[in-house]
Design a binder for this molecule. Structure first.
Ligand code: SF4
Length: 882
């Protein structure tokens, strides 16, 4: 591979599945651009995708296999895993083994893992972290359509006349789709957008109507809509008659629970006139898409919520045609690929069912196995419960961090601590989960491996290799194949390269299909090595009838149910399982932020992505903040019945009173006490098994340490004597936000313990006031700074950060360090708003005020902000509004 060769690949983050052009450079860096030929993004990338080139360094990579912390050769590691698995199976049966995999792995990895577990170990105890993100949507589609089929395409979103976005902060979680919708709305201002979300998020920037409903009341809102459509005569009676069943029961349930607008208003806490406005818009617009995501799915009634949405589309015949349908956006890059191969414990492979005898027989014959699992396995939460109870004695975790991301995360940690055998395949050497591994297997990362992923619109894209994997890291499909062979299943795992796996996967999808199953890759079943290498993005099904793929499903209104009719499901809305109480009066909602991905193992490497929201935080409404004595920018302790965390307070009226929002991204590697899932109860939807991550009762109080501070250091350090710490990678420095409950007796000695004594120390101490400021300078270059104060009122980090880029500190800069504020000619640019061009809030505010800027375009002309990925445009608009 030539060093300057540009490779077409796919972004490893969200379910949009953007095409990326990656060009490795001679200096080891990688330049990144959006692929204008990829239909998902047409050249766009968001802040995370744009920064991919900054995440390919090898720091903190797991480079070699390890057993009990000691490096071993691959052969020894693989022999040990396979021998121990076989021993446990012989002693306790196949259900004593569990696999927990991830929407981050490629379809070829997923297929191999699923085949080994279900087909040859003979248990269905394989589940995936996608369970946490979209399993309710899967269950909803299957109930309605008889198949897990996302009917629409991204282009439908652009062509819709009404887009209902519910339970999704699309602007931050699927930014490129949001940008496409923004463009479509600019081109066709008559296009309407309704956002249904308890919070006022960046997505509301496009909303003609925002419905900040009571958390968890979505099904009542959509039941009310179904009832309204009937009352106001907007049903498609022909469609209902010919292509659906169950309408009467669904309507009856809707009438009972949401029979009139006041009733809907009482449950949803929305003004009646806004509900009517939404219903009228939906009723009178033919081209409607309802787009939904985790806000709907992550609920103890997530499956019902998704069916309440689908019911409204079926009742109006609005699917199977351009610009209409119920569209579930997936969170992860290959959640859909996982669904295709049966990565969930209640699926077989190629959209078949474990408990369907015909499917079981077919897959057994195809795989030539008599060991195929006969019953569904444990879903994610249950799987780790089984680990904790000792039913599962060995667990293999691949490319995911359940100690951070599963609900009741401390229980998961405890389960792994006492598990007989924990095998972890990972790219990273230090995660909260690798710390508990008995055997560590180094996995190849994005850019180092090759295979396919499927995005939210069923589009399969090739993720190609353009870097050599460091150390002994290997692709996941290879690792699984070696273990399978060593376990005695050589014949069933002949794979030598990813295309061998892909061909088998495609053949299985085609095997005895003949149009009976939606997932059909018969057109790719005999794909050559060369064609696979060149495979262009394509939407399944791919068959003789659709050799170029399929943009839209159900165009013939034939569904995959026994009678070919779609099913309407009667929905009895249920409010969240765990209710607030006097002790825990607030609702905790969790989710993603704009510039980070999952537990930050990759995005945390990109300096510019850390600058937007550097610390774990809780967003709270001003009234609640006042009630609980919280101060903006200070620290708070949030606790539930299960756990507690310490986070920075952000007071905002964008938060609904009575509920708080905390992001999911921080782990024990990046903060002292900020794993939000340690607070979240492991209550799940009874059908989908998806946890209720949006509704945990919590309480909040100010966290009042004796001192607050921060350290910026050119080199990573170990923080001492701090009860609160957060570690953030900056440009040429590491930033540590710290606070402690014990007074620091000798701040100068304490500072030197952190930053060393070799250098020139400038410091200022005011013992009485409890203030300390210091800087260490080596060769007239700043090596580190320490600031301590009795309160959280500390100098701007953005200004001090800039001093690390100075090759030689001026006298003015030295003086400013001592007085703790920018000197003449120095500016504090403020918190980063535009990550692509590093433009800070203060710079923007000044430019808007002084330059009298009135629009995002004018800001772009002046400062470039908002002109690359566009992810910051809602925030720019907010600043303009201020
Ligand atoms: S929207 Fe951003 S994170 Fe998602 S796939 Fe595209 S570039 Fe990656």
């Amino acid at each position: 591979m030539g060093k300057q060769q540009t490779i077409q690949t796919t972004c490893p983050y969200c379910g949009v599945g953007c095409g990326v052009l990656a060009t490795p450079q001679a200096d080891g860096t990688v330049s990144i651009e959006g692929d204008s030929n990829h239909p998902a993004n047409l050249g766009r990338l968001c802040s995370k995708g744009s920064a991919l080139g900054e995440t390919v360094d090898h720091g903190n990579r797991l480079l070699h296999p390890q057993i009990d912390g000691k490096r071993v050769p691959w052969d020894e590691a693989l022999n040990t895993v396979s021998r121990k698995f076989n021993d446990i199976i012989a002693k306790h049966g196949p259900n004593a083994i569990g696999f927990y995999v991830s929407g981050q792995i490629l379809t070829e990895d997923y297929y191999t893992a699923n085949k080994l577990m279900k087909g040859f170990i003979g248990s269905a105890n394989i589940d995936t972290n996608s369970r946490l993100c979209m399993s309710s949507a899967v269950a909803g589609y299957k109930r309605a359509f008889g198949s897990d089929s996302v009917p629409c395409s991204y282009e439908d979103l652009e062509q819709a006349d009404l887009l209902v976005i519910t339970g999704s902060n699309l602007a931050w979680c699927h930014p490129v789709i949001f940008q496409r919708i923004r463009q479509a709305k600019e081109d066709r201002p008559e296009m309407k957008v309704v956002v249904i979300d308890p919070r006022t998020t960046a997505t509301c920037d496009l909303a003609d109507l925002h419905l900040p409903l009571r958390p968890g009341s979505d099904a009542s809102l959509f039941n009310g809509l179904l009832n309204y459509l009937k009352q106001e005569d907007y049903l498609d009676l022909d469609f209902l008659e010919l292509h659906t069943e169950g309408f009467s029961a669904a309507l009856k349930a809707a009438k009972t629970s949401a029979g009139n607008i006041p009733q809907v208003s009482a449950v949803t806490d929305l003004p009646e006139q806004d509900i009517i406005k939404f219903y009228q818009l939906f009723a009178s617009t033919e081209k409607v898409i309802t787009l939904y995501s985790q806000g709907v799915n992550q609920s103890t009634s997530g499956t019902d919520k998704s069916n309440s949405i689908i019911n409204c589309h079926l009742a109006t015949g609005r699917l199977g045609k351009p610009a209409m349908g119920p569209f579930s956006m997936t969170g992860q890059p290959n959640a859909m690929g996982g669904r295709e191969v049966g990565g969930l414990s209640n699926q077989l492979a190629a959209h078949m069912e474990i408990t369907n005898p015909e499917h079981h027989d077919r897959v057994s014959r195809f795989w030539e196995t008599d060991r195929l699992a006969t019953e569904n396995g444990a879903k994610a939460v249950d799987l780790f419960n089984d680990v904790g109870e000792g039913k599962i004695k060995a667990v293999w975790i691949m490319a995911t961090n359940p100690v951070v991301s599963l609900p009741d995360a401390d229980k998961v940690k405890a389960a792994l601590e006492q598990c007989e055998l924990v095998v972890v395949s990972e790219c990273e050497s230090n995660t909260d989960t690798t710390e508990l591994a008995d055997i560590l297997l180094p996995a190849a990362a994005w850019g180092e491996k090759d295979g396919t992923v499927t995005n939210s619109e069923r589009r399969i894209s090739h993720q190609r290799q353009f870097l050599t994997a460091p150390g002994e890291a290997r692709p996941d499909w290879w690792i699984i194949t070696q273990v399978a062979r060593k376990m005695g299943f050589e014949k069933a795992f002949p794979f030598e390269k990813p295309v061998d796996v892909f061909r088998e996967h495609a053949r299985l999808s085609a095997f005895e299909n003949n149009g009976s199953r939606d997932f059909d890759l018969s057109g790719l079943a005999e794909i050559s090595d060369e064609a696979y290498e060149k495979l262009a993005p394509i939407q399944w099904p791919v068959s003789d009838n659709a050799p170029a793929g399929t943009a839209r499903l159900f165009t013939d209104y034939q569904f995959f149910t026994p009678n070919g009719k779609a099913r309407m499901v009667p929905i009895e809305p249920k409010l969240p399982e765990n209710k607030t109480s006097d002790d825990y009066p607030l609702v905790l909602n969790t989710g993603r932020i704009r510039d980070q991905w999952h537990t930050m193992t990759r995005t945390g490497r990109a300096v510019r992505l850390n600058a937007h929201i550097p610390e774990p935080m809780v967003q709270i409404h001003p009234v609640d903040a006042q009630n609980w004595g919280l101060v903006d920018g200070a620290l708070a302790q949030v606790s539930s019945k299960l756990g507690k965390m310490i986070v920075r307070v952000v007071i905002t009226d964008e938060q609904r009173p009575g509920s708080v929002f905390v992001p999911i991204h921080w782990s024990n590697q990046s903060a002292s006490l900020a794993r939000v899932d340690a607070l979240v109860a492991a209550v799940v939807d009874p059908i989908s098994g998806q946890p209720e991550s949006k509704h945990t009762p919590v309480k909040i109080r100010p966290y009042q340490p004796v001192w607050h501070g921060f350290i910026l250091s050119r080199h990573p350090i170990s923080v001492r004597d701090a009860n609160y710490w957060v570690k953030v990678r900056g440009g040429q420095f590491w930033r540590y936000e710290i606070a402690g409950e014990q007074e620091i007796q000798h701040p100068d000695v304490w500072a030197q313990k952190h930053l060393g004594t070799n250098g020139e120390w400038l410091d200022f101490i005011d013992k009485k006031a409890g203030r300390y400021r210091a800087g260490i300078i080596v060769g007239n270059r700043l090596e580190g700074v320490v600031f301590v104060s009795p309160d959280h009122d500390l100098p701007a980090r953005s200004w001090l950060s800039q001093l690390f880029t100075s090759p030689s500190l001026t006298d003015e800069e030295r003086y400013s360090l001592l007085v703790g504020q920018p000197g003449k000619g120095q500016k504090d640019c403020g918190t980063t708003v535009c990550s692509c061009f590093g433009v800070g809030e203060n710079t923007l505010k000044e430019a808007i005020a002084v330059g009298k800027l009135k629009s995002v375009d004018e800001i772009g002309d002046k400062l470039n902000a908002g002109t690359n990925c566009g992810s910051c445009i809602p925030e720019l608009k907010k600043l303009l509004g201020q």
